[in-house]
Design a protein around this ligand. Structure first.
Ligand code: NAP
Ligand code: MG
Length: 490
């Protein structure tokens, strides 16, 4: 069988020589304070938590744990910068700062990519080729809008909101920070941002960029910490808008605490996207799309193609080719340029994923994992697929956020569509077919914010992003993303 021959060729034959990115060009401090009013300051109470490298379980640095008082200091600095400087500055001048930030990020791209992979576990190829260039691209893109806001909203007067609180997750740490900060600043707001607990390091490096770019003190403040630090931002009375990206569970808590206030909000939450392969699709390309859709970034992607819906007549072929391809994926050192699948971000996330592997098997699905070896230290999950699953199974309905794919089949377009829409989520989806008409039909009827045709997981700052149903509220990115940071007056 071809699966076995591939295994033989890869596992018993030659291997790539290790090609690790060096770490001698980066500097990680032993302790990081909070970035408030343009400087790094100690937290009010002397409390720090460790950030570890999930590939080795070794500590990288100690990060300040911000209290409610620290959040208040940050909001006050943001308010002062808003009234005193930023809201008075012309759009053209705000744009100059954003361009400068983007250029410094590009100059420091190698350092950022290395730290992102060390701290978060993602393969260096991804942080180098996707996360960091896209983060800089968001600053470039929104820099261009800063002096053109009135053209984005004809016959309306766009007015900034004030102080914006932003809370982000660990799966794309720097990219999420850029995605949130760039449009907020372009629209004339000031910011208090909290990165995720396990991945604060590139946010601290980004703070250095703001300082080096000469951004006026207080325009962006970064407070590190855990859930309660995030909650203190959400509940602060002088915050005008909350932008949150994270789990649906925390999104609901935030939505409840904002109900009845006049704070604006956007919520970018979880997903359970269907990748739909029709029999007339280019199968080999579709298999690459499936691999990219779910194994990319260890499946730590809100819009991951975590469900595969494949038309029955090609299901055997697709699954066979997918298993062959899985055998060639290299899992291991995130800093190695050959690595396809890096480390799971934290012990807690690995536990969640493993609990779903047990749930899937207990539900009667058949599990298949690739045969590759994994390092002894660190948090790892081999690429995994489940076949023989049914629509009501938890592994089909719930977000796993790991390299785990649930595979189902369908016969007609309508059946594929019904199954695709039958989850509480609606963030993204993918359609693979040779027929343009099928693409249009499916994309109109799949209830999801982003749908890719004959590709998957492609991102661009010019394109809006956001969810239907439990995947969120509002849109970020592109011109739509400006509206989320403005009041439009007549
Ligand atoms: P999470 O647990 O919801 O955490 C997200 C952020 O919120 C973190 O900074 C977290 O701090 C903070 N937080 C936790 N409890 C809070 C509270 N009560 N009030 C305010 N903030 C609070 O999500 P995650 O595990 O980091 O990220 C994975 C989730 O994000 C997945 O569900 C994924 O689908 C979703 N996601 C969505 C998108 C999108 O665009 N739709 C993009 C990326 C990820 P700690 O880190 O200290 O817990
Ligand atoms: Mg870490």
């Amino acid at each position: 069988m071809s699966t076995d021959s591939t295994k033989l060729a890869f596992n018993d034959g030659w291997q790539y020589a290790p090609a690790p990115e060096s770490t001698d060009h980066i500097q990680i401090d032993d302790h990081y304070g909070l970035f408030i009013n343009g400087e790094f300051v100690a937290p009010e109470i002397d409390r720090y938590f460790e950030s570890i490298n999930p590939a080795t379980e070794k500590p990288l640095s100690n990060i300040a744990l911000a209290s409610e008082k620290d959040v208040d200091r940050a909001v006050k600095a943001a308010r002062k910068a808003y009234t005193g400087v930023w809201s008075k500055m012309s759009g053209a001048d705000r744009g100059k700062y954003l361009f400068r930030i983007a250029r410094i990020m590009q100059e420091r791209a190698r350092e950022f990519a290395t730290i992102e992979s060390l701290d978060g576990g993602k393969p260096i190829r991804e942080s180098r080729d996707i996360d960091i260039p896209l983060a800089a691209a968001h600053f470039f893109y929104y820099a261009g809008w800063a002096d053109k806001l009135e053209y984005a909203f004809p016959a309306r007067t766009p007015v900034s909101l004030g102080v914006v609180g932003q809370i982000i997750p660990w799966n794309f740490p720097l990219l999420m920070a850029a995605w949130k900060i760039a449009p907020a600043l372009a629209c004339g707001n000031t910011v208090v941002l909290k990165p995720a607990e396990t991945t604060s390091l590139t946010a601290m490096k980004l703070a250095e960029v703001f300082r080096d770019a000469g951004l006026p003190p207080g325009v962006v403040n970064i407070v590190t910490g855990a859930g309660p630090t995030g909650a203190a931002i959400v509940n602060h009375l002088d915050v005008n808008k909350v932008a949150f990206t994270g789990s649906t569970e925390v999104g609901k808590i935030i939505q409840r605490s904002l109900a009845g206030t006049d704070k604006k909000y956007t919520l970018e939450l979880g997903g359970k996207a269907a990748n739909i392969i029709f029999a007339d699709a280019a199968i080999d390309e579709a298999v690459e799309g499936i691999v990219n859709g779910i194994f990319f970034n260890q499946g730590h992607v809100c819009c991951a193609g975590s469900r595969l819906l494949v038309q029955e007549s090609v299901a055997d072929e697709v699954v066979r080719k997918l298993r062959d391809r899985m055998e060639t994926l290299i899992i291991g050192d995130p800093l190695d340029k050959n690595t396809d699948i890096g480390a799971i971000n934290s012990a807690g996330q690995l536990e969640t994923i493993e609990s779903y592997l047990s749930i899937g098997q207990a539900e009667g699905a058949e599990m298949y994992q690739s045969d590759c070896s994994v390092p002894d230290q660190g948090y790892w999950c081999r690429p995994t697929i489940f076949t023989g699953v049914s629509q009501s199974n938890r592994i089909v309905q719930e977000e796993i956020f790991g390299p785990v794919l649930a595979i189902q089949t369908f016969r007609t377009l309508e059946e594929g569509l019904t199954k695709a829409n039958n989850t509480p989520y609606g963030l993204s989806g993918g359609v693979w077919t040779d027929k343009g008409s099928k693409v249009f039909k499916m994309t109109q009827k799949i209830r999801a914010g982003v749908i890719w045709a004959n590709t998957f997981n492609k991102f661009d700052p010019t394109s809006p992003f956001g969810g239907y149903k439990e995947s969120g509220v509002g849109r970020e990115g592109g011109m739509h993303g400006l509206g989320a940071y403005l009041k439009l007056e007549a």
